[in-house]
Design a protein around this ligand. Structure first.
Ligand code: PEP
Ligand code: MG
Length: 963
């Protein structure tokens, strides 16, 4: 369920026009990992189909069905444009809400926005907002219209006294979605107001979900407070939504028409008198909605247009729902229905137009209301919504089956097993009003003292400084005098301890988050964490005790700070319901060495705490309640992997030589000079890829010769005579430099990038080459050019490098080569090999271009496997050509660190592998365990296979036989 929070808001944005605004919005969605590259095309295409302007200065840009696969995570980002952006048709947008959603998850958001749309002042409040909170307040705070329809009126109800009548009224309000549990209790505490003529008025503002007015009359004559009781109005409202209705009621009473209500014989008469929503008994039509994203803005606009063609009223509701039908002339009302694919729409048309309008509506809905729709499966009709949406907790989820391997996304390697410990957001139910300030203050003090003791114990028992620091901070927050006095003030106003504590903590946390500082945002998470612990104590909600033995932590989603605060001795592994492998939490889990799997699905939450779980963070599977054999096998594997890792680390400085004496050079990939020392310490025999673009990307302007030279010199100094393979600047297209504007390209991966770009800016390339040559000063330097696809590109770059080298005297240990990343370079390798000193295969890009799969594609990139025989054949051609000319070949893409790729690359005759520094010891160890003869046979075999999966299976089989 989408919700609006302050973190989603970016204030004070400026955009010259709609195109620029969409670009900004897309950047925000992409930067926060909600969508992948390319979503902008979807946003633009959607606007081209029809403006997403909603009203009140709000637009809701979103992608098209074609770009749905680019959505990585459902969510929204809000950009505030105080100066406004022209959205076409004379509309000015002050708030653009970018939506990333694959299906209809955003409908509830639209429902929420309809409140803002109905409010006259919302547009100007949005424009003037100074903070995310003010902006959200303007959106949420929009006054809702008062619900008053047939379901809220009950005549001649069987009630014995005032209280019973009141409960019947409250029940109607609850059923209509106006009130929540607890509303009736608040109402009972109120003071009823006699209106005269036996009519009474009572209102309640707590536990109200939307304003509503119920009117009920008793079957039999009743008395209350010594006066007749003939009718009771119950208002659920916190604001002034009922003002107009109240005025109308006063008029009725003043004009002596009270009896029309007190003696009303029909619901319609009451509604007519009060100006409520009349029930429609017009001809109707039921038709299922098949639009993939439900009745969102665009199809709703089509319905609105249709309404204009008829000279009469048409209303719509979700069939069998309890809500009153809404006019299809109102976009906001249509959106407020929140109708989803599969639900049945029920149209009502005034009798004079029904005969023509209803068939036309049926045809329009069946044709998709301007969208392409797939027919609904026979059993796909979704039941109508209930008055109150079921909570997440109420949904029934089946636990995953026991004893079988289940898939999840690998996030941090390692095998772990242990009892499951669920850590999920809890719901707390508590009264809003307290017994007395003194009693509530004492309850709170006791709860805080208990939590303080728990925190003390945590501080005592944790060795890790970072963990201790987090809990010391919690202790300080718990004792914070400012928070304490705010809570006290609320208690004195009558709040319960729970309500006062929760509201103060939440307000403080939101305020810290809104300051846009990441440290303060973390502090907000700490505050909420602490807030929950105290609240749980106050509500008597037990947090499941942590198992004594190391456990598998199951969470819905895990934030970086959640991981950072884990006690690594107690948490054996992490398993999450949602999340992706590239998230920061996954990165931290890897750094802490905790095996982790993410995105395992909601069924996890149905598992009983303590259930044993076995997980493999490397291969991406887990088993619930594994049998003894699976457990034994996994533990053996884990021990073997640990032993192998230890051996690899112990021998990291030894060369990597196969069992039959073939040496392979193992180097490291780094991005800047800071990476050199750790790489050397981990056994790297040189740097096989220096991605020099980091020097450029980290700088606010193009780094000059001196700055570059200093950086490259630091790298060479750190290498202490070991060779450096430096790649010239590889930016452009998808990796633009802020100070180097590149015209927009519809397909940047096939655009001006790598060597194509630097050859267009020879000055830039020359400066970089000079810096490298000057920094090397005779030390072993290999320069390579990225993304070479044409022989001319290589020749131009080479000529420039050779001319500069000659200028410096032509001395020293310099080699020039190219990366093999584009299939054309591999195919031309026989020709290029005669001219270059070496090749380095960039398998990341080579795979992308060979298989035509975007390497970052959210759903396809898993298929972009460098062990695909097509890629391997290109590598084989490259090596054969190079060796025929006595040149060497390295591999510096991710494939080089893949354990299953190692024997194949070795067998194909690759001379050097360059991997991330952490992988160096294991890659070297892998080489030592292989024999060249066997690797050659294997490589020959797999070149003839049909798919990457077949290659992987074949290699795994051979390695298995080997060990
Ligand atoms: C590659 O493409 O394999 C490579 C090493 O280059 P990068 O990942 O930097 O594009
Ligand atoms: Mg590349």
């Amino acid at each position: 369920m989408l919700e609006l929070t302050a973190q989603q808001v970016r204030m004070q944005q400026r955009a010259a026009d709609k195109t620029a605004a969409l670009e900004l919005l897309c950047e925000a969605l992409e930067a926060d990992g909600l969508v992948g590259p390319g979503y902008l095309v979807g946003l633009q295409a959607r606007e081209a189909q029809g403006s997403t302007y909603l009203g009140q200065g709000i637009a809701i840009p979103h992608g098209t069905p074609q770009t749905r696969d680019l959505v990585q995570r459902t969510g929204v980002r809000l950009l505030h444009f105080p100066d406004g952006v022209d959205w076409g048709d004379g509309q000015r947008v002050h708030l653009a809400i970018g939506i990333a959603a694959r299906s209809d998850e955003h409908l509830n958001l639209l429902q929420l926005l309809t409140r803002a749309l109905g409010e006259g002042e919302t547009g100007s409040s949005l424009r003037a907002a100074q903070s995310p909170e003010q902006l959200l307040q303007a959106l949420r705070g929009g006054q809702q219209s008062l619900a008053l329809d047939a379901q809220l009126v009950g005549l001649e109800l069987p009630a014995e006294d005032f209280d019973e009548l009141l409960l019947l009224a409250a029940r109607r309000l609850k059923k209509a979605g106006c009130a929540e549990p607890g509303f009736a209790a608040g109402l009972q505490a109120g003071e009823p107001l006699p209106l005269g003529h036996g009519l009474w008025w009572l209102s309640g503002g707590e536990q109200v979900s939307r304003p509503g007015l119920a009117f009920v009359t008793p079957q039999q004559a009743l008395q209350y407070a010594g006066q007749p009781l003939r009718g009771l109005f119950c208002l659920a409202d916190r604001g002034a939504a009922a003002r107009a209705t109240l005025e109308r009621l006063c008029d009725l009473l003043v004009n002596g028409r009270a009896d029309e209500l007190a003696r009303a014989a029909s619901v319609r008469a009451v509604l007519e008198a009060l100006g409520g929503e009349l029930p429609v008994d017009w001809p109707s039509l039921r038709v299922p909605l098949a639009n993939p994203h439900g009745l969102h803005a665009r199809p709703s606009q089509v319905l609105m247009q249709m309404a204009r063609d008829f000279d009469g009223e048409i209303r719509l509701r979700i069939a069998d729902s309890e809500g009153a039908p809404v006019s299809i002339r109102s976009l906001s009302k249509l959106l407020s229905l929140g109708a989803r694919r599969g639900q049945v729409l029920e149209f009502f048309a005034e009798p004079s137009i029904a005969e023509v309008a209803l068939p036309a509506l049926r045809a329009a809905v069946e044709e998709g209301l301007g969208e392409e729709v797939l027919p609904l499966p026979v059993d796909a009709v979704v039941p109508p919504p209930r008055a109150a949406a079921p909570s997440a907790e109420a949904r029934v989820v089946q636990a995953p089956p026991s004893g079988v391997p289940l898939k999840a996304v690998p996030a941090a390697p390692g095998i772990a097993c242990g009892p499951l410990h669920l850590q999920i957001a809890q719901r707390f139910d508590f009264p809003l009003r307290g017994e007395s300030p003194a009693v509530e203050a004492q309850r709170l003090a006791q709860a805080k003292a208990a939590i303080a003791d728990e925190i003390d114990a945590l501080v005592q028992r944790s060795d890790a400084k970072a963990v201790r620091e987090i809990f010391v901070t919690h202790q300080a927050l718990l004792d914070d005098p400012e928070l304490g006095s705010e809570v006290e003030a609320r208690l004195n106003r009558g709040d319960s301890a729970e309500a006062a504590w929760q509201q103060v903590i939440e307000a403080a946390a939101s305020q810290q988050e809104s300051l846009g500082d990441s440290l303060l945002a973390e502090r907000a998470a700490d505050l909420r964490d602490l807030g929950r612990r105290v609240l749980a104590r106050l509500c008597g909600v037990q947090t499941a005790a942590e198992p004594d033995e190391p456990y598998i932590l199951v969470m819905e989603e895990v934030g970086p700070s959640d991981v950072a605060r884990l006690d690594t001795r107690r948490v054996a592994g992490i398993l999450t319901v949602r999340g992706g492998a590239t998230s920061h939490s996954a990165i931290i889990a890897r750094a802490l060495g905790i095996p982790a799997l993410v995105g395992a699905g909601e069924s996890l939450l149905a598992l009983r705490p303590g259930t044993p779980v076995l997980m493999d963070g490397e291969h991406g599977h887990f088993i619930v309640a594994p049998d003894a054999q699976a457990l034994e096998q996994a533990l053996q594997q884990r021990d073997a992997r640990r032993q192998r890792q230890a051996l690899a680390e112990a021998r990291r400085h030894e060369p990597a030589v196969t069992r039959d004496g073939q040496a392979l050079e193992v180097c490291a990939n780094i991005g800047d000079s800071a990476g050199v020392a750790p790489a050397v310490a981990l056994g790297a025999e040189g740097i096989g890829l220096l991605r020099t673009e980091f020097v450029f990307l980290d700088s606010p302007q193009a780094p000059d010769l001196a700055a570059q030279e200093a950086e490259y010199r630091r790298v060479l100094d750190g290498l202490d005579g070991r060779p450096l393979v430096a790649r010239t600047l590889d930016v452009g297209g998808d990796k633009p430099l802020p100070y180097w504007p590149i015209p927009h390209e519809s397909n940047p991966y096939l655009g001006v990038r790598g060597i194509r770009l630097t050859l267009q800016r020879p000055q830039m390339l020359e400066t970089q080459l000079r810096a490298l040559l000057q920094a090397a000063a005779g030390r072993p330097l290999r320069i390579m050019f990225p993304m070479v696809g044409l022989v001319e590109e290589w020749r131009q770059a080479r000529d420039m490098a050779l001319a500069l080298h000659a200028e410096y005297g032509g001395h020293g240990d310099l080699q020039l080569g190219i990366m093999i990343e584009v299939p054309s370079a591999a195919l031309l390798a026989p020709l290029l090999a005669a001219e270059v000193d070496f090749f380095s295969v960039g398998t990341n890009d080579l795979t992308q271009y060979t298989l035509a799969i975007d390497r970052g594609h959210p759903s396809l990139s898993a298929q972009a496997d460098g062990l695909h025989p097509a890629v391997l054949r290109l590598i084989e051609m490259t090596v054969r050509a190079a060796h025929a000319h006595g040149k060497w070949v390295g591999v510096c893409g991710e494939l080089a660190a893949d354990a299953l790729a190692l024997p194949v690359l070795l067998g194909l005759g690759v001379d050097e592998l360059s991997v991330s520094p952490r992988s160096v010891p294991l890659v070297k160890q892998g080489v030592r365990e292989l024999s060249m003869a066997q690797a050659r046979d294997l490589a020959g075999d797999v070149l003839g296979l049909a798919s990457a999966a077949e290659v992987r299976a074949r290699v795994a089989q051979v390695l298995g036989e080997n060990r």
